[in-house]
Design a protein around this ligand. Structure first.
Ligand code: ASP
Length: 309
């Protein structure tokens, strides 16, 4: 019997207790095994899960949808482009109507800062943040932690380098919050104009890739979030690749057995070289992506599941 979490929504990392995090990671491990054995408990049977995506997504959306279907739930996708938002309906009116249909959980992605909190204030069901603005992407951080644990055997004491657009990255924010909570050391590496404004304990900031990669167990380059910045911040992709692109040569500065992760979408030739992205020994990128399903199954199950086996 798996117990529920101490929170009723997943909006950000901070409110999760260490116990909550371990429950999610353990449950994800269980579901990964159940998927391999094709014997998944149908804990979302009879449940209706709504998705409200007000920003593009590939991995997050499809892995959440796969997770719902694998658990026997049913999905309703609210699609902004064919919705009454196009006729001038306010987002809060839309949500009040959706709440009236009494879904069992709602998964939201939004370009506006803190939008999932606004949604949770209206909905009676659990709300799961699938990424908002540059603020938080908690399910991504959980699947990243799950992947580190799987490949490295644990998270405490690991040195994790996150490289690139830290100023606009919700992935970096959620990862820093989660990894430091679990006892990892984080190296944030970025050109000065993309560095975070403040950092917590166990986090060091570097402006040269060569300095920040030393002795790292995990290296995670990030996409430059051009949609969230002034075009002048990164004038030239080639110059960025020369200074911050993760090449095989640079990866040698990390530990010999370091793994490379990336939340996707990858911009090959900008933050990561093909030879690194496709390296059969050191790249964990596609395995990380695949872990999105069991981890999101765990989140849905713990917040909205019928029962636990
Ligand atoms: N897929 C991640 C996100 O939704 C990373 C990215 O878009 O670069 O934030």
């Amino acid at each position: 019997m798996t117990q529920k979490l101490s929170v009723s929504d997943l909006l950000d990392i901070a409110p999760l207790t260490i116990d909550d995090i371990h429950k999610i990671l353990d449950r994800a491990k269980f579901f990964k095994g159940a998927l391999a054995d094709r014997n998944v408990p149908q804990t979302l049977k009879q449940k209706i899960i709504m998705t409200v995506f007000v920003e593009n997504s590939t991995r997050t959306r499809t892995s959440f949808e796969t997770a719902v279907l694998r658990l026997g739930g049913r999905l309703i996708n609210w699609d902004e482009k064919i919705s009454s938002a196009q006729k001038g309906e306010s987002f809060s009116d839309t949500l009040n109507y959706l709440n009236g249909y009494a879904p069992d959980a709602l998964i939201v992605r939004h370009f506006e800062y803190n939008a999932p909190h606004f949604v949770a204030g209206i909905m009676d069901c659990p709300v799961i943040n699938a990424g908002d603005s540059w603020r938080e992407h908690p399910s991504q951080a959980l699947l990243d932690a799950f992947t580190i644990q799987e490949f490295k055997g644990g998270i405490a004491g690991m040195r994790v380098a996150i490289v690139g657009d830290l100023a606009h990255s919700r992935v970096a924010n959620s990862n820093v919050a989660l990894l430091t909570k679990l006892g990892a050391q984080v190296h944030l590496i970025a050109p000065q104009n993309l560095q975070p404004r403040s950092v917590s304990d166990n986090v060091r900031v570097f402006d040269r890739l060569e300095d920040g990669l030393t002795d790292c167990d995990v290296v995670m380059p990030l996409r430059i979030q051009k949609e969230r910045m002034d075009s002048a911040v990164i004038p030239n992709d080639t110059a960025y690749f020369h200074a911050f692109g993760l090449t095989r040569e640079r990866l040698k500065l990390a530990k010999n057995d370091a793994i490379v992760m990336h939340p996707g979408p990858m911009n090959r030739g900008i933050e990561i070289a093909d030879e690194v992205a496709d390296d059969p020994h050191q790249s964990a990128i596609f395995a990380q992506g695949a872990n999105g399903v069991p981890v999101r199954m765990a989140i849905l199950d713990l917040l909205a599941g019928n029962h636990h086996v």
